[in-house]
Ligand binder design. Sequence first.
Ligand SMILES: Nc1nc2c(c(=O)[nH]1)N[C@H]1C(S)=C(S)[C@@H](COP(=O)(O)OP(=O)(O)OC[C@H]3O[C@@H](n4cnc5c(N)ncnc54)[C@H](O)[C@@H]3O)O[C@H]1N2
Ligand code: MOO
Length: 393
Amino acid sequence: MVTIEQAQKIILERVPPLPTQRVPLLDAAGRVLAQDLVTPYDFPMVDTSAMDGYAFCFDSLNGEALPVSGFLPAGAEPTPVRPGTAVRIMTGAPVPQGCDTVVPIEETAPDGEGIVLTGKVRKGSHVRKRGEDLRRGECVVAAGRVIRGPEVGMAASLGMIDLPSYRRAKVALLATGDELLEMGAPPMPGRIVNSNSISLAAQVITLGAAPQFLGIARDDLVATMVKLRAGLESDAVVVTGGVSVGDRDYVKEAIESLGGELLFWKVNMKPGKPVAFAMVGNTPVFALPGNPVAALVGFELFVRPALLKMMGHRALFRASVRARVTAAVANRGDRPHLLRGSVVAQADGAAVTVAAKQSSANLGSMTGSNALVLLPPNAALEAGAMVDAMLLD
Ligand SMILES: Nc1nc2c(c(=O)[nH]1)N[C@H]1C(S)=C(S)[C@@H](COP(=O)(O)OP(=O)(O)OC[C@H]3O[C@@H](n4cnc5c(N)ncnc54)[C@H](O)[C@@H]3O)O[C@H]1N2
Ligand code: MOO
């Protein structure tokens, strides 16, 4: 049996990064940038007005009214401006030759055919200088950053239509168990609906990866091997159920019969002790327990960091906050217990309320929760004690 940290280390040492590819900007959103994005241009490309106002040469001011010689909206071609005159200019228009200063409309007053300046003016004011925002050759987004709205916007502003990014992991999901019913079937005594595959698929999508459903394998070695082999076409396989010590738990045997290298089985934690991890060729295979909460907790701790690493992410683990428990909690078992709870921000810091029912078969302990609190064996905490709560969203 390994610890949570040992299991994570073994997994992260083995999972390979996925290939990178250039993809259209919208498809790149949510992926990780594979190469530094470098601007081939200065931005702004020319000195540009930052205000709707008037542009002129500061040194030609002589206290007299300035005749206005033209109008320059954004997008128009600028023509040179004679010293001692001003041009009406709009925000975003290039500052024309002969001008170095802009005053906003509100700081001027009309005077015959021209204007007078009503406020104090500084030379060069309200002009965004060429290269002030970005310098040619500068890295504007570093490799390893997650691509979001601002990053695709930046790429578009450089004239690009695609970005080099890591591939989305294709994650095959296999459920095992004779008791399982297909989704949509009414649950009945002794039979349960396969909820794990859809739960895990939703988590996979949230990470920016792509789920692929392998369906349900009956409790039979050959049936499990056939489905598992189909999953090896994907970038990773996640199996649920059939990984404990039961007479019909065939998952480990199926992995090994396909030539897989079993790297660990059983992690010292609750829920989710019977977790196995294997490499079958280059494909990581995660065998999670069938209990729905154990499967989701196993996904959080082991599958999520692995998929993130494969997809080029640098931050692989969830953030934690120090939080006050709102009621006494205890772990009477001999395994570290990951309690599901709900963290809220309060005036005096974060508080976490641990779900009342913590059975690993009870999805209800997770549906209302947004955090996991690790309680060591035999720990007993009073209300108000401080814990680390790992935030799940
Ligand atoms: N003698 C022992 N028995 C068990 C041990 C043990 O150490 N010794 N460990 C227990 C723990 S802890 C867990 S967790 C479970 C995990 O067992 P398996 O991974 O083999 O899972 P199954 O037995 O196939 O299923 C457990 C449970 O989960 C339900 N299930 C299975 N698949 C799904 C699915 N796709 N969707 C929803 N629910 C599913 C299944 O019906 C069972 O109720 O083993 C303990 N036993
Ligand atoms: O590890 Mo199991 O999830 O305690 O039931």
